[in-house]
Design a protein around this ligand. Structure first.
Ligand SMILES: [Zn+2]
Length: 227
């Protein structure tokens, strides 16, 4: 589905939303959903008359399984470079302690019990970001809080992809990130403030519908109502 010209959501990918941008200097993918996503990406590209090898970069907003599980198979399909922030490397190595540092004892115990069942999927990034940068015409900005290495991918004046720094409801109203799932809620709010200070019409989240129209005003309203 084309959300705005040159920005698509790949239909049928399970887990987090998977976006394709064809309007930049190079084609990029943002997040990869769960395993099996590469088939969906391949068939979507076919409908656009594009080849998998046209995708040059895969940006991972953060290393949660619902965002990164499809990464290696899509990297294999496309030959694109996998980009992730350094703050996600502990999670990729199976260490969830930074994500749990503000959690209650019971949550820590539960997650240790579950860690044998739910593993961060292994993925080998090609580019590990240590600071904000620019790749293929996109500004890559660290927006931590949900996790330390959460990034937003930003085309000034047009669109921002924020991963789980924000969510949205089915009507495209932005919602604050889920506290239970945030590594650091104060940091998460600071990141929303940073996002509110940028310029774009469309804001795209990992979970929820596109925030369209004057998305900045909607994020500012969310902040004003934040208690
Ligand atoms: Zn998610």
């Amino acid at each position: 589905m084309e959300i705005i010209p040159g920005v698509h959501k790949i239909e049928g990918v399970s887990g987090a939303n998977c976006y394709l941008v064809t309007s930049g200097t190079e084609m990029v993918l943002i997040d990869t959903g769960m395993r099996g996503s590469s088939k969906k990406v391949a068939s979507y590209l076919k409908t656009l008359g594009k080849n998998p090898s046209d995708i040059k970069y895969i940006f991972i907003t953060h290393a949660d399984p619902d965002h990164i599980s499809g990464a290696m198979e899509i990297k294999k399909l496309t030959g694109a470079k996998l980009v992730i922030h350094n703050g996600e490397m502990p999670a990729l190595a199976g260490d969830s302690s930074s994500r749990l540092r503000n959690k209650s004892r019971i949550v820590k115990i539960l997650s240790r019990m579950l860690s044998g069942l739910i593993r961060f999927p292994s993925a080998s990034p090609d580019i590990v970001l240590k600071a904000d940068t620019e790749i293929a015409g996109f500004k890559i900005i660290n927006t931590p809080g949900h996790s330390d290495g959460s990034i937003s991918i930003y085309q000034p004046g047009t669109v921002i992809f924020v991963g789980d720094a924000l969510t949205a409801d089915a009507n495209g109203n932005p919602k604050r990130p889920v506290k239970m799932l945030a590594a650091d809620m104060a940091q998460a709010k600071a990141s929303v403030e940073l996002i509110a200070g940028l310029k774009y019409n469309t804001l795209l989240v990992g979970h929820g519908a596109p925030v369209k129209g004057d998305a900045v005003a909607k994020v500012k309203k969310l902040l004003a109502d934040w208690k």
